[in-house]
Design a protein around this ligand. Structure first.
Ligand SMILES: [Zn+2]
Length: 148
């Protein structure tokens, strides 16, 4: 009886490991442009994602399949932003400073769909996309998912 319980628990742990994380090739790079600010999560002037700069109106793409959990400009500094989540893969991506948002909260999206346009809304010194990736609630460097 006890052993059966133990094996069951180990099986659950195994399943947990199987469904966690995301492979390096699974995310779609959200915008064409130049990376102008790197990921610096733990410095004095922390930067929780990367900045990708290009011209106003540059298309922004969904990095993965998921549900739009937020689309609007209610978060100070981020301007017009989108938060996309895939609960099963435990990944969330955030897109900030947009000039236009083409999706709305609750919408389910495939990977590589146009979700908005690059802009300079919020606290932004120039036209760029601020892009954050969270895996299992932890910020990660978006560049590790895009080795190309
Ligand atoms: Zn930024």
């Amino acid at each position: 009886m006890y052993y059966q319980y133990l094996i069951y628990c180990l099986f659950l742990v195994f399943l947990g490991c199987q469904s966690s994380g995301i492979e390096s090739s699974e995310l779609f790079w959200p915008a064409a442009g130049r990376v102008t600010q790197a990921f610096r999560p733990s410095t004095n002037k922390a930067h929780k994602g990367v900045d990708i700069a290009s011209s106003l109106g540059t298309k922004i793409y969904s990095a993965h399949e998921g549900r739009v959990v937020y689309a609007g400009q209610g978060f100070s500094g981020y301007g017009k932003m989108i938060l996309l989540e895939n609960k099963k893969r435990q990944v969330r991506t955030l897109y900030g400073h947009l000039s236009k948002i083409h999706v709305s909260a609750g919408q389910h999206l495939a990977k590589g769909i146009v979700i908005g346009e690059m802009g300079q809304t919020g606290r932004a010194s120039g036209v760029h996309l601020h892009y954050e990736v969270l895996v299992k609630n932890n910020l990660v460097d978006p560049l590790i998912f895009h080795k190309n």
